[in-house]
Design a protein around this ligand. Structure first.
Ligand code: ATP
Ligand code: MG
Length: 211
């Protein structure tokens, strides 16, 4: 079993949105996925309640319970655990990071957002993890290269010592439409650009976990 914890000490950067998307894309007939909502806001649960069907399965718990629940889930044959975290509860975020094989840190590309990533990187370092930053809410590509704000954000993050995913998730209305309907973009608009970006992120995460 592999555990991905999505964490950022800043609100509204896309933690829950990425948790929904990665959990659906990770799930397959022989790959049961467990989604963990450790945020008292319960946004993930809100989305999950809107879904038709009950996959991926959702567990609402405190982050400190993860260390007990995850080994039991692995025994039960769960292939992926995706953990959503609250933005401000330092101890909870640290607990959720500690149990992760990969810590994913979404950020918007704006300057204040990037400054806030530093505190998340610090926390990850304190629990002995090397997180992967991912730029979300990016302006969609128009030409061949990355939009300037994305390229600059990438440079800033690298200067801060972060490892940054090649994959970038753009700000797209399809993302909101999908989530409001209890879906993900890969279900709502499977051939769309948003779905392709999420798929690319998923491929990259799997590669990084392998090696
Ligand atoms: N790529 C995107 N394109 C469009 N809208 C997005 C995208 N990512 C996130 N959003 C929207 O931005 C808002 C914040 O996203 P989300 O709730 O996932 O962030 P969060 O980091 O989990 O926030 P919190 O810290 O409050 O839990 C939501 O309304 C969500 O639908
Ligand atoms: Mg959230």
């Amino acid at each position: 079993m592999q555990t991905i914890t999505i964490a950022a000490r800043k609100g509204g950067v896309g933690k829950t949105t990425l948790a929904t998307h990665l959990s659906v894309i990770a799930a397959g007939p022989k790959r049961p996925v467990l989604l963990f909502d450790t945020d008292p806001q319960r946004s993930l649960k809100w989305w999950w309640d809107l879904r038709e069907g009950d996959t991926p399965a959702l567990v609402e718990c405190e982050a400190r319970e993860l260390a007990k629940i995850l080994p039991a889930a692995e025994q039960e044959g769960v292939a992926w655990a995706i953990v959503d975290t609250p933005p401000h509860a330092e101890n909870s975020i640290a607990e959720a990071m500690r149990v992760a094989d990969l810590v994913l840190v979404p950020t918007r590309p704006g300057p204040f957002d990037l400054a806030a990533v530093a505190t998340t990187l610090d926390l990850a370092q304190r629990v002995g993890k090397v997180p992967l930053a991912v730029i979300n809410h990016a302006p969609p590509r128009t030409g061949t290269g990355e939009p300037a704000i994305v390229a600059e954000a990438r440079e800033t993050l690298v200067r801060m010592g972060a490892i940054v995913a090649e994959a970038v998730i753009s700000q797209r209305v399809a993302m909101s439409h999908a989530v409001i309907g209890g879906q993900t973009v890969n279900e709502y608009e499977p051939d769309g650009r948003a779905a392709a970006e999420v798929q690319a992120l998923w491929v990259e995460l799997q590669q990084r976990l392998k090696g």
